[in-house]
Design a protein around this ligand. Structure first.
Ligand code: GLN
Length: 492
């Protein structure tokens, strides 16, 4: 609770009985001294309360959401890492799988990765209309824990039941926990963008460690132990969330829709709110373009690394799958410096709106594809038909710099612009857009099979560069549609 300081009436010409204006000068002096002392005391008290509820400059609730999402992503990426391998593993070996063909397994995988993000839309609506984000996250956590544990059982029925529960669970948890991060900050408060980067680093700690741990346990020892470990991860996340409820007071509660007194209809959006919705929907186009380029990593670039990149470092051959952990590794290492860079940039008074960052991020991501195109040239020119791994290390680094200027920024942007009653729905729509980006990435990868990698890498570079540049050209006009919601209000 924040106590308000006492301000003596400053309305000119208004004389209030018992106000200081009615007192003689000595009484007035005494009153001023008294209110000053009271104000200092209230300020001290507020500062103390705020310090108690913050840690390293951010509300403690942020760290609760950080660890909950870290473990949720641990379970998600851990399970994802072994899913296709489990589906395609033969049925008559020591660690038997489901014996599906590559095509069927990839098809199932494609449906799964698309549905988890598509379900974010009903997941968001569930929070906006009925539960509020806080309860929806709890529900998602419970569904995910049960879903993962069911996968630990070895039967075809448990497999499909588990998958369905996980899809529903991610849909309920993912958009709503992201909205809750925004809910920890007041409108215009400066820490919000940085908070999303911190949250994003948590996501990537889970994403980085899970394929290594769950992957090893599942692939080398037993698939179902791997699924079980993912489940244990989610249970830890849920316990952190339950324990941390005390730090989430007033965040993510259900907000009933305001109804018009006369017509009993829900109050329509104002002109400003409509403008903000328009600019948000336009920003989702950036999201689609970005993920469409970036998510080549799991498909086309994964195969490219396996077949055409010289992965020998000394006498050790880096497995192609290790490169899959590289994005998350980079996010953990450079997430904080990039956030720091943007804060400094803003403090210098330079253009630092969310859309500007997204435009810059798209251009930086596009530059990564030049490095990949150079690798493709080396593949054709070299005797062994292989390119150096450094092209890929550099390309992924540029992609992650782009990601950090787009993905956490977009999450924060949504929480600033979406009207409260659509907050979670818009977050769900964001994940839906990123799902479409993933699908497009798959299609681009397929196109490379005929057009050749070099042509595709150059094509992606030109498209993303031009798109990012176009966004920068229109950034000022688009920013007007936010009606100041993206501005940082200087601290008092
Ligand atoms: N890698 C991020 C996560 O898992 C972003 C995913 C996305 O928006 N598609 O949360």
């Amino acid at each position: 609770m924040v106590l308000k300081t006492i301000v003596p009436s400053r309305v000119p010409g208004v004389r209030i009985p018992h106000s200081p204006q009615n007192k003689n000068p000595s009484e007035w002096k005494g009153f001023v001294i008294f209110t000053r002392a009271l104000n200092t005391w209230i300020k001290k008290l507020n500062k103390h309360t705020m310090q108690e509820n913050t840690f390293m400059g951010h509300p403690k609730g942020l760290y609760i959401l950080f660890f909950t999402e870290l473990w949720e992503r641990f379970s998600f990426y851990g399970m994802r890492a072994i899913l296709v391998l489990y589906l395609t593993a033969k049925t008559d070996v020591t660690n038997p799988g489901m014996g599906l063909s590559n095509t069927s397994a990839l098809e199932l995988y494609g449906w799964y990765t698309m549905l988890v993000y598509v379900m974010s839309v009903p997941g968001g609506l569930l929070a906006d209309r009925f539960l509020g984000q806080k309860k929806a996250v709890m529900l998602g956590g419970v569904l995910l824990s049960i879903g993962h544990l069911i996968l630990a059982l070895d039967s075809i029925y448990s497999f499909y039941t588990g998958i369905v529960l996980i899809i529903l669970g991610v849909g309920a948890l993912k958009p709503n926990i992201s909205t809750m991060v925004g809910g920890l900050y007041k409108r215009g408060e400066s820490g919000r963008d940085t908070a999303f980067t911190i949250f994003y680093i948590g996501i990537n700690i889970g994403a980085f460690s899970a394929p290594l741990l769950v992957g090893y346990l599942g692939e080398v020892i037993n698939w179902h132990y791997g699924f079980g470990l993912a489940g244990i991860g989610m249970i830890i996340g849920l316990l952190v969330y339950i324990w941390g409820q005390k730090y989430l007071e007033g965040v993510g509660d259900f907000i009933p829709t305001v109804r018009d007194e006369n017509s009993k209809e829900a109050v329509p959006l104002t002109g400003i709110e409509k403008d903000r919705m328009v600019v948000l929907l336009l920003s989702f186009v950036v999201v689609i373009v970005f993920w469409g380029a970036y998510e080549q990593a799991g498909g086309l670039m994964n195969l490219y690394a396996k077949e055409k990149i010289d992965r020998m470092v000394g006498s050790f051959e880096v497995p192609a799958s290790f490169l899959q952990a590289l994005h998350a590794f980079y996010v953990i290492v450079i997430g904080a410096p990039i956030a720091w860079f943007w804060v400094k940039w803003r403090k210098k008074g330079l253009e630092s709106s969310s859309l500007f960052k997204m435009g810059v991020g798209t251009i930086i991501t596009s530059l990564g594809f030049i490095l990949l195109a150079a690798a493709a040239v080396q593949v054709t020119d070299s005797l062994d038909g292989k390119a150096s791994i450094y092209w890929m290390l550099g390309a992924y680094l540029l992609h992650v710099i782009g990601e950090l200027s787009i993905s956490p920024v977009a999450l924060s942007f949504i929480t600033k612009l979406a009207p409260a009653k659509y907050a979670s729905f818009m977050m769900g729509a964001y994940f839906f857009a990123s799902g479409i980006g993933n699908k497009i990435a798959g299609l681009v990868g397929e196109a490379a099979q005929n057009a050749g990698e070099h042509a595709i890498f150059i094509g992606v570079f030109i498209f993303c560069f031009a798109f990012g540049a176009l966004l920068l050209v229109f950034v000022k006009k688009l920013n007007k549609l936010t009606h100041g919601a993206d501005d940082v209000v200087p601290a008092e």
